[in-house]
Design a protein around this ligand. Structure first.
Ligand SMILES: Nc1ncnc2c1ncn2[C@@H]1O[C@H](COP(=O)(O)OP(=O)(O)O)[C@@H](O)[C@H]1O
Ligand SMILES: [Mg+2]
Length: 281
């Protein structure tokens, strides 16, 4: 059975997408896992990091993104989303990462999210709007070992669609005051949602990103996260590093994990290993 996890934080810019993509690439290249990345964030960063902007534009123009899945729910007489034509196979510029597929996102998800939120419930007939993604992917998930859902920085309907298919979630965060502010709210809300749908959704852990070892703020916030009861903290911390931010630009030529992430490839390997131990025991 596939392990499905969501990547969540209410704050943008904390490394959610970078963590999602680096984990996907490491799990594929180093651990030989079949990985599906589901990009639910209208910012489409995971999508462009994995397939580049040009390819994304073509898909977007032809309705082959997840925005179309949600639009279909609002236009039941004009159903267009097709899993197989939206699915991008063998994405990523990391040469050894040959087993990553992607369900791409679209900027159009911004409007769709608003429309879903304001649509009268009768609009969806018998379909629950938090189950749209689940209905579209449930029969495909077991083609993968690990599915990672990159969620937008809120707990709206689109994010709930991601959580609906997830058995767990990770919370990437910079260990500073503002980035960690929403963590208790995430954990409480996801617990409520998990109770509502009667499916467990475990807080797998907080991933410390952009860590600065010489920062007293980072040291203090890290300590309080470790002492807190919201969620466990992964032992592996991802340092703040230029090489990690420059890895965001997808290249035409394939490269190794070391060429892409430098020595930080080892940190992502440790993080991926820690995650696998949590998922597989
Ligand atoms: N460890 C890191 N060191 C330096 N820059 C990083 C690191 N992780 C992410 N970034 C950069 O920070 C910005 C936000 O990261 P991103 O993963 O897009 O965050 P989010 O998905 O939470 O909005 C991007 O420009 C990204 O390249
Ligand atoms: Mg992002």
């Amino acid at each position: 059975m596939a392990h499905v996890i969501s990547t969540i934080n209410l704050k943008g810019g904390v490394g959610k997408t970078t963590t999602t993509v680096a984990l996907a690439e490491t799990l594929s290249a180093e651990f030989r896992k079949r990985v599906l990345v589901i990009d639910l964030d209208p910012q489409t960063n995971a999508t462009t990091m994995l397939i580049g902007e040009e390819k994304w534009r073509k898909l977007n123009d032809s309705g082959r993104t997840l925005a179309r899945l949600f639009k279909d729910a609002l236009e039941p007489n004009n159903k267009q989303f097709d899993f197989n034509t939206a699915l991008q196979k063998g994405v990523s510029d990391v040469s050894a990462a040959k087993t990553i597929d992607l369900l791409p996102s679209s900027l159009d998800l911004i409007d769709v999210q608003d429309q879903l939120a304001s649509a009268p419930s009768g609009k969806f007939y018998s379909v629950n709007p938090i189950e749209l993604l689940w209905r579209a992917v449930k029969s495909k998930l077991d083609d993968y070992d690990i599915v990672i859902v990159d969620c937008p920085p809120n707990l709206g309907i689109i994010t709930l669609n991601g959580l609906r298919i997830s058995q767990g979630y990770i919370i990437p965060t910079i260990p500073d005051i503002l980035s960690t502010y929403g963590i208790p709210q995430i954990v409480t809300r996801v617990k409520e949602f998990s109770d509502e749908i009667a499916e467990p959704i475990e807080p797998l852990g907080i991933v410390i990103t952009k860590f600065q070892a010489n920062s007293s703020v980072h040291a203090n916030v890290l300590r309080s996260l470790q002492q807190g009861k919201d969620a466990p903290v992964f032992e592996t911390r991802i340092p703040q590093a230029n090489q990690i931010s420059s890895a965001a630009e997808s290249t035409v030529h394939s490269r190794t994990l070391i060429q892409k992430y430098g020595t930080f490839a080892h940190d992502y390997r440790k993080l991926a290993k820690e995650l696998l131990v949590k998922l597989e025991g």
